[in-house]
Design a protein around this ligand. Structure first.
Ligand code: GH3
Ligand code: MG
Ligand code: MG
Ligand code: MG
Length: 334
């Protein structure tokens, strides 16, 4: 028996709604059934008298119901049922056994191996038509339900994808591409709760570009925007752990969350950021310390206690930042 592409049949079921494939080695039976179905506009008929071709023919012709002989040379009808049930193209196509054996034991076994119905040869024409139409309609309805279900699953998958994308965009600062204030706030809440449970230190860095108003005034707002983008990239590149977050806090202010980080470690990150921002070498004539754009940082670290909240940490970082500014900028206050 040649192999069949594992192709689901719903793709190309065309023509009359009832597509009957008869598999029977006897030409006379094939002709008798053909005559019974002739002149029925809703029925298309195809006979396969070589049982070893049944699977191939079914996969190609795409019946909505199969009439299957029981005793055939080379293969028993029940084995053919099992074979049809094992292939994607035919696994759900209704099968009506068509046999001269009328003992109940054969009928029972037919159902047991996966047939949907059993008719004794030659059946009454009206009964045959009724059963063919019934099984065919049931099959097509099932296909439609399967398709609708698949479409539903697909649209659910797309929706979930779009939601992930939206969620990502809602957390990103449009100018710099790093996390925005919203993302910072929610990440800080999460890390605060974690630190409260684990009683591990949580550090926050608040960074502010020095004399940025003067920079804008001298070089223009667009240059200012580009400067903020470069600064953001430097901060983001200084994150070491998956849980670290670098965010644009607002305007020319940035903030870093460093979970499980002692104050000394956080100060080291601030120093690294300072050095790298200065090393960008963005010319800034109005800068106080160097002739380039610099930043100041405030570093704060807490092991959260009950009764405290994130504003305690942010206020401490803000005060440290103020001290860095007051002490001459381009430095980190701790
Ligand atoms: P200091 O060293 O004390 O921080 O002085 P500063 O001039 O940086 O501080 P100030 O708060 O007076 O000025 C901040 C400036 O940042 C003013 C504002 O126009 C500018 N700024 C805020 N957001 C943006 C932005 O998105 N793009 C640009 N180009 N400028 C921005
Ligand atoms: Mg036979
Ligand atoms: Mg500021
Ligand atoms: Mg500033």
């Amino acid at each position: 028996m040649t192999s069949v592409a594992d192709k689901a049949p719903e793709a190309a079921l065309q023509g009359p709604p009832v597509r009957v494939l008869l598999v029977d080695d006897q030409m006379l039976i094939a002709e008798a059934v053909r005559r019974m179905l002739a002149g029925q506009p809703d029925i298309a008929f195809h006979a396969e008298t070589r049982p070893e071709h049944a699977l191939d023919t079914a996969a190609r012709w795409q019946p909505t119901v199969i009439l299957l002989d029981l005793v055939m040379p080379g293969i028993h009808g029940f084995d053919l049922v099992r074979c049809l049930r094992g292939h994607a193209a035919t696994q759900d196509v209704p099968i009506i056994m068509l046999s001269s054996r009328e003992e109940a034991v054969h009928k029972v076994q037919g159902f047991a191996v996966g047939a949907n119905d059993y008719l004794v040869k030659l059946p009454d024409q009206q009964e045959l038509l009724a059963r063919l139409r019934y099984h065919s309609r049931a099959y097509r309805n099932q296909l439609e339900r399967d398709q609708a279900f698949a479409a539903l699953r697909e649209s659910e998958r797309r929706l979930a994808e779009a939601n992930v994308q939206l969620q990502r965009l809602a957390d990103i600062d449009g100018l710099t591409g790093i996390a925005n204030r919203r993302r910072f706030d929610s990440a800080l809440q999460v890390e605060w709760q974690r630190a409260l449970r684990t009683q591990r230190p949580l550090s926050v860095l608040l960074g502010d570009v020095d004399h940025f108003k003067a920079y804008n005034d001298t070089y223009g707002h667009l240059a200012g925007d580009r400067c903020l983008q470069q600064v953001a990239a430097v901060l983001n590149a200084n994150l070491r752990r998956p849980a670290d977050v670098a965010a644009r806090y607002g305007g020319e202010e940035f903030a870093l969350i460093l979970p499980e980080t002692e104050n000394a470690g956080a100060a080291a990150v601030a120093q690294s950021c300072l050095a790298q921002v200065a090393a960008l070498g963005i010319a800034h004539a109005g800068s106080s310390a160097a002739e380039v754009v610099t930043m100041s940082f405030g570093v704060a670290t807490l092991v959260p206690a009950q009764g405290q909240a994130t504003p305690d940490l942010l206020t401490a970082a803000d005060r440290a930042l103020y001290r860095a500014k007051a002490a001459g900028r381009n430095q980190a206050g701790t």
